[in-house]
Design a protein around this ligand. Structure first.
Ligand SMILES: *[C@@H]1O[C@H](CO)[C@@H](O)[C@H](O)[C@H]1NC(C)=O
Ligand SMILES: *[C@@H]1O[C@H](CO)[C@@H](O)[C@H](O)[C@H]1NC(C)=O
Ligand SMILES: CC(=O)N[C@H]1CO[C@H](CO)[C@@H](O)[C@@H]1O
Length: 403
């Protein structure tokens, strides 16, 4: 995002600077979207530890009963070279060691002894992870370890299918697919079941499992490459697709930069979807014909990122309070430049005001200037332990904060 957005933002930014006084209040795009004029707070950021073994873990998912935390991790420097979502398409620097890991959050002992990597089996292609989601196959009893079906976005390098030669990703983009792996809870292997490679999976960002073989997936852009991608900032043009073994269909469009998507744990047909450029979360309902219908919008005041839910159905949103700093300075040098992060919690509004149309309550449960957490793209809350797990697409560690 950084290098390409900035020249483009220069002119509007100049014009807007003039009108700064008038337009920077809460509720404006400048304030809510770009974070200009926003005051940072310190919230729940004093009691954190850093786990350097888990770097660049963009997304995570917790199996609540066991406390096993699944993470998709990479290498912060590698991300600078290869993150198709933000136009980093340098094949030479593409990380080749991306992996899934499990952190046992309930076990005793040093954290490093509670981490294990999951190695893929029956899979020989490249793996460049991004968003993922897990479908838990129900078991007859809680004594039996469940089977997990992991849907993982994979940004492959493009290869000509006929000549088997490498193509230029700056011209054709990454070859992004969704991989389905199967594993037993806690197991250090995951078997590859299949690859979903369909035109509707174009610029996949985050999948949300629907069933053992089906999922929704956000495409963050309409175009894989090119300067026109920037225009998508101003004109909603991308979509969310529904896919199963037969293929995919567009479930809803047009959407501007759809990003995190997550299924409600208590209403299986309800999904929450975030956008990187809009300060609201959409509540979407999956229909019998596999289209998505907008049923509500929750204003958050922040461009939102990756989403997670807790067992009570509350939604957690990782947000960038200072998106310009994050995209222009942190992403190009994630190890040295730290950037602010915040996590919001959205819960059903139980107060009086719900009768006046405020159906959801939005509260900020974490904010830090970059010292204890940096560029967080996912905040996962463990309500049993009152702990917040903070992963970042380029963060050189994973942070765990006691609330
Ligand atoms: C980060 O955490 C430490 C304690 O772990 C605390 O002393 C410090 O104030 C925190 N940083 C900020 C910016 O609040
Ligand atoms: C993309 O990956 C799929 C699945 O491996 C493969 O069939 C297809 O040929 C690839 N396309 C490109 C352009 O690399
Ligand atoms: C899975 C997911 O939603 N990933 C997004 C999280 O946030 C980063 C930073 O904006 C995006 O690049 C990812 O696409």
């Amino acid at each position: 995002m950084a290098s390409k957005i900035l020249p483009f933002l220069a002119l509007p930014a100049l014009l807007l600077a003039v009108a700064y006084q008038f337009f920077t209040g809460k509720g404006t795009w400048i304030h809510d979207g770009l974070g200009i004029g926003r005051q940072l707070e310190s919230i729940n950021n004093k009691n954190c530890i850093k786990v350097p073994e888990l770097q660049a873990c963009e997304h995570m998912w917790m199996h609540r009963p066991s406390g096993l935390l699944y993470l998709a991790c990479s290498d912060p420097i590698g991300r600078v070279h290869w993150t198709p979502a933000v136009d980093n398409l340098d094949l030479q620097g593409r990380p080749t060691t991306d992996y899934f890991a499990i952190l046992d959050t309930k076990a005793q002992g040093p954290i490093s002894s509670r981490i294990k990597k999951i190695s893929p089996s029956l899979y020989h292609d490249s793996l460049n992870v991004h968003g993922f989601d897990v479908h838990v196959v129900p078991t007859a009893s809680s004594e039996i370890k469940p089977t997990l079906r992991i849907f993982a976005v994979n940004h492959r390098p493009p290869i000509d299918p006929l000549t088997h030669t490498a193509l230029d990703p700056h011209k054709v983009g990454a070859n992004s697919t969704v991989e389905l792996f199967e594993t037993t809870l806690g197991e250090s292997k995951m078997r590859h079941i299949r690859t979903y490679a369909f035109p509707e999976i174009r610029t996949p960002n985050m999948p949300a499992a629907v069933g053992p073989d089906s999922f929704l997936v956000t495409n963050d852009h309409l175009r894989k490459v090119g300067h026109a991608r920037i225009l998508e900032l101003f004109k909603a043009s991308s979509d969310i697709a529904y896919c199963d073994t037969q293929g995919c269909r567009v479930a809803i469009s047009p959407l501007a930069f759809p990003n995190g998507i997550i299924r409600s744990p208590n209403q299986p047909n309800t999904f929450f979807a975030a956008s990187s450029v809009e300060a609201k979360i959409r509540v979407l309902e999956l229909q019998a014909d596999k289209s998505l219908v907008l049923i509500d919008e929750i204003r958050t005041g922040y461009p939102a990122d990756n989403l997670s839910v807790d067992s009570q159905g509350r939604v957690y949103v990782a947000v960038f309070p200072k998106i310009l700093h994050t995209s222009a300075q942190h992403f190009p040098d994630p190890v040295h430049v730290h950037t602010p992060s915040a996590v919001l919690r959205i819960s059903p509004n139980e107060a009086q005001s719900r009768f006046f149309g405020e159906k959801y309550k939005v509260e900020k449960i974490f904010e830090d200037d970059g010292e204890n957490a940096s560029g967080v793209t996912v905040g996962l809350f463990d309500e049993e332990e009152d702990k917040l797990y903070l992963g970042g697409v380029s963060q050189p560690f994973t942070a765990i904060c006691q609330l």
